[in-house]
Design a protein around this ligand. Structure first.
Ligand SMILES: Nc1nc2c(c(=O)[nH]1)N[C@H]1C(S)=C(S)[C@@H](COP(=O)(O)O)O[C@H]1N2
Ligand SMILES: [Mo]
Length: 376
């Protein structure tokens, strides 16, 4: 039974042009206006994704390519008692620094594996990266600004601008109660360096456990609101079915939807890559990554017989609650032939991954990944 045939295996890497952008190494080009660059699969073998290989995703063609860092200010306005215009040096000297290792993953990562196909950026698995982010806690900034007790939402905007006046600017929001959580940072460093321009220099909002659509880059404006924010990119775009699991049927679309939020549990193969030679009777290291919204991962299991039997993979040490977790499995295929490998994670609450899942926007892939391996 070849179930991988119906649900395309994850690294069904679409044939893409390899490009090299400023501050970046060889990446897969998805679009150039706006720039959308995918991380090559081999880079996912590194626990921390180097900045020069970190994926790039912008919505607007008018991105910033030059910033005068001395005059740059982060504005904090709206329902606050002390509006702020913070310089980079204010951020580095007037606040305590904090850091977190966290996975940034595009809501549409792995979208190219949804069947039936859905529109949007056709990512394979490289629309994500794991980095150590350093900066200032958002709650400390909101405190200094004296955010109003009646505030319910906070919105975030960067320096990028829409190409046309009719295009809504890319503004996202968080509930105030979420914005005040310790783990949310305004980061000025990524892996010990200033952020690359293409990844949102000089400041990026870090929302660990939530999809990267909220991780506003070239962050310049924070607006505290006493009403729910209804901007286009919250109320119309990035909506998912309200029922848990980001699942709906193509012929019966969900009518109740909500803004996308926490990262779905998922596990992927990184090694071997589709088409790599594997020899019968010889050990072959199968390796991949698993991740959640921060809920601990209890186990990752691998099947080499299309899901009939499962064996537990070994988990590498945890790099942090919001980091991805590497798993490894030593497999010796007994004989030649085609094997249908599957991988699934289970979290500390006993939740595991579904066999099937689909939604009209291809968001939040969490369904079980398979990989066809030909053994000679
Ligand atoms: N200012 C701004 N921030 C943004 C976006 C954007 O278009 N503009 N895109 C978001 C989305 S959908 C993703 S997946 C991440 C991508 O971050 P990266 O380009 O650093 O990988 O940025 C988020 N922050
Ligand atoms: Mo995204």
């Amino acid at each position: 039974m070849a179930s991988c045939k119906n649900e395309p295996a994850a690294p069904a890497a679409p044939k893409r042009q390899i490009v090299q952008y400023p501050e970046k190494k060889e990446m897969y080009l998805i679009t150039d206006r706006p720039p959308q660059l995918e991380t090559p699969q081999k880079i996912l073998r590194m626990d921390i994704t180097p900045n020069e290989y970190f994926f790039v995703r912008w919505h607007m063609s008018q991105i910033v390519t030059k910033i005068d860092i001395d005059t740059f200010r982060l504005h904090v306005e709206g329902a606050v008692h002390n509006p702020l215009a913070l310089s980079m040096s204010d951020l580095k000297t007037k606040f305590a620094a904090d850091s977190v290792v966290a996975l940034a993953i595009c809501a549409g990562n792995s979208r190219s594996t949804f069947t039936p196909k859905v529109p949007g950026t056709q990512w394979a698995n490289g629309g994500m990266g794991n980095a150590k982010w350093k900066g200032v806690r958002l709650k400390d900034i909101l405190k200094m600004a004296g955010a109003d007790d009646k505030a319910v939402d906070v919105s975030f905007q960067g320096l990028d601008r829409p190409p046309l006046p009719v295009t809504p600017p890319f503004i996202k929001s968080l509930r105030m109660s979420h914005a005040l959580q310790d783990e949310i940072l305004v980061a000025y460093e990524m892996n010990g360096q200033p952020l690359p321009m293409l990844n949102g220099y000089p400041l990026k909002l870090i929302v660990p456990g939530w999809y990267a659509t909220y991780w506003i880059g070239s962050l310049s404006n924070i607006n505290v609101l006493t009403d729910t924010f209804h901007g286009f990119w919250m109320a119309k775009a990035y909506q998912i079915p309200k029922e848990p699991g980001m699942n709906e049927a193509p012929d019966k679309l969900a009518t109740a939807t909500v803004p996308i939020n926490k990262i779905m549990m998922h596990s992927i193969f990184v090694e071997p890559e589709a088409g790599d030679p594997v020899a019968a009777g010889k050990p072959c290291l199968v390796e991949g990554l698993a991740f959640t919204d921060g809920t601990p991962i209890k186990k990752v299991e691998l099947s080499t017989d299309d899901g009939k039997t499962w064996k537990e993979a070994k988990l590498d040490a945890e790099l942090g609650k919001y980091s991805w977790r590497r798993w490894r499995y030593n497999w010796t295929p007994p004989s030649s032939g085609t094997y249908h490998l599957k991988v699934k994670a289970t979290d500390a609450n006993g939740n595991t991954q579904p066999e099937k899942q689909w939604n009209r926007s291809g968001y939040g892939r969490g369904f079980i990944e398979c990989l066809d391996v030909t053994v000679n």
